[in-house]
Design a protein around this ligand. Structure first.
Ligand code: SF4
Length: 268
């Protein structure tokens, strides 16, 4: 892990994040030790490392909290996406406290905050998150099978720890979104759908796991493309699970349509 000095910590949103209604992104880290094989962030210019090294390096913005305090008024009541190209709850966040420090800095300006993570460490900050009027934590649950998870994201936290984190967030009154993005092979679709229906996420986002042949998307990592050719899972299976989700009364939103800030009025 390397420390770097950042020039800013809030960056104007671009691309699908901007289209979704966000004003700013916030990334306390560069790189991500969870190293998901399908992560688009490995292709971004700031990554600068060979693709096969994705998940093996991390840079922490040492001055992130200091800059957040200085520039927090820029994001007053604006829609902020934390984080777009890393996970804000890296294991080392436990001791570095960058994400926590940023949250402490921004509470008084009340941004509309979306936290995107698969790190159960997010529950540590429930005391701060609960002070935001518009807050949602999106947790990635791309499969029901830890065997599948081991194939595609072996260094990311086990699925049950993510479910536990979601339950704890919910029990503190924090809105929780579930991101099945991309949907990896599901071992027991009925049980998975029942579990989601019982949990009742505030937002449910789905995206198919398809081969976009190296274009920007959620399957572009070379390891993920290789795994895809070995696994019998495709668009038909994806649609079958989505149909099952709909039959339970859940409203799965497809890809980009599900990435909008908390506090957005969705009435047509
Ligand atoms: S946790 Fe998110 S940022 Fe990290 S590798 Fe996985 S998809 Fe990429």
């Amino acid at each position: 892990m390397e420390f770097i000095q950042a020039r800013s910590i809030f960056t104007p949103a671009t691309g699908f994040i901007r289209r979704g209604g966000f004003d700013w992104t916030c990334n306390p880290y560069v790189g991500c030790v969870f190293g998901c094989t399908y992560c688009y962030a490995m292709f971004l210019p700031q990554s600068r490392e060979p693709l096969d090294q994705w998940g093996r390096w991390l840079r922490a913005k040492q001055n992130a909290v200091e800059i957040a305090w200085k520039s927090r008024h820029r994001i007053a009541q604006a829609a902020v996406y934390l984080s777009s190209v890393t996970d804000p709850y890296q294991p080392i966040e436990r001791s570095l406290l960058l994400t926590r420090g940023i949250l402490e800095a921004i509470i008084d300006v009340q941004p509309r905050l979306l936290v995107q993570t698969r790190g159960p460490l997010v529950v540590r900050d429930v005391d701060l998150l609960a002070q935001l009027r518009h807050i949602r934590v999106n947790v990635s649950i791309p499969t029901d099978s830890d065997e599948v998870r081991q194939l595609f994201e072996p260094k990311a936290p086990p699925l049950d720890r993510r479910w536990d984190a979601m339950e704890k967030l919910k029990s503190h009154g924090i809105a929780v979104g579930v991101c099945i993005t991309p949907m990896l092979p599901i071992a027991e679709p009925e049980r998975f759908v029942d579990r989601l229906a019982e949990f009742q996420p505030d937002v449910l986002v789905v995206q198919s796991f398809h081969n976009s042949r190296g274009c920007f998307g959620a399957d572009t990592g070379p390891k993920a493309r290789k795994l895809l050719t070995q696994i019998d899972w495709g668009v038909e299976e994806f649609h079958r699970v989505v149909d099952q989700l709909r039959r339970t009364g859940l409203r799965p939103l497809d890809g980009e349509a599900g990435f909008f800030p908390p506090g957005t009025d969705l009435t047509p």
